[in-house]
Write a protein that binds this ligand. Sequence first.
Ligand SMILES: *Cc1c(COP(=O)(O)O)cnc(C)c1O
Length: 422
Amino acid sequence: MKYHSTRGTKSVNFNDALSSGLAENGGLFVPDFLPDLSELITDHQLDHQSFSAKLLAPFLIGSTLENDLETIIAQALNFPIDCKFLSDKLSVLELFHGPTLSFKDFGARFLANCMAKSQNNLSIFVATSGDTGSAVASSFYGIDNINVYVLFPKNKVTQRQQAQICCFDRNIHAIEVEGTFDDCQRLVKQAFSDPIFNQQLTLSTANSINIARLLPQMTYYAFTAVNYFKKHRQKLNFVIPAGNLGNATACVYAREMQLPIGQITLATNANITITDYINTGEYTPRESIQTLANAMDVGAPSNFERLHDLYKSIDEFRKNIAAIAVSDVEIKQAIIDCSHAYNYMLCPHTATAFHAANHLASEHQCIVSTAHPAKFENVIEPILAQKIPMPKNLKILLERKQTYSTIAPNLKALQQVVFDRA
Ligand SMILES: *Cc1c(COP(=O)(O)O)cnc(C)c1O
């Protein structure tokens, strides 16, 4: 399998796409083709890991990691996925049973295990406003030939989020920046173009544009839809909470591989760039707005470029993807309604999908739960006037000792803290 840039012509293999992250001319890597894997529908029942090995094998052909795929999957995708029925029409795909309780564990752990096997003495910089930082830190923890620097904004992440970023040591370095999330992102960009950083270190990123984070996310859609089809002889429709559109793109790819996925509906918060595009045909990126579903506060979704590469005209795009925007008021109401009707607690992101699903006529709906509600207890507990029991995985992280450095929002300060340690 080769990968080409959404903005270029040259194709590269998986290893090169993995290590460079961003592609030619600032584009994103996409697979040269999406293989027909409909054979998985008639295959005998498999567990998620064996299923994932079959699904992902074509994507690593020609890579030095080809023969390591099963080991990588065994180490990376080593936690359950669960599809629960709320009613006979509506199910919820729980993707939050990994070590940091969000679906980002799938992508980050697969990426980390691929890099551990193919790269040496790498330094990874990530800016985070929440879930990405903890998933990346946890995934790379203990991979001693890769150093990870996680930059987070001071006083802008919740106490629990901070604890989940700062609870690692060894090769993971948490850095509190006296500034905003935008300052963190700017610092990472500056480090990448800085001669001192580039002389001393081999730099890489672990953000969601890396194709190695996207590919493993196809597995839970394909696996769930195939199992559903075996039982009900119906395609499963997915409603997906969407921010940067990485999770949604993975579902679209799985359907293009001829797996039994029906309608795909994106649920956004008040950041309506994608709903607006579908409604008007005009794509207008904008500043992000802060909402209750903060991991989806994205005004210029980076994976739009991958979806647009697949569905080039607006008509084709509309035929394949629907989108519904959900306000903070509706998010709160969805959390209350779902708790009353089904005695089931939603995180604010999953709540957007629940709201959207209630506006769709079709049966066989599956809402995608991107995070455990306990990660957002500051939002949920006041709305429901109820304590959320602490999941074991979270308790383990919160009980660890916290270490981090604090820096002013400039490159000199970042250099000091990085090179003092090295
Ligand atoms: C990252 C995230 C999202 C958005 O996913 P994208 O792939 O960026 O669209 C939704 N919910 C949660 C909990 C997240 O952490």
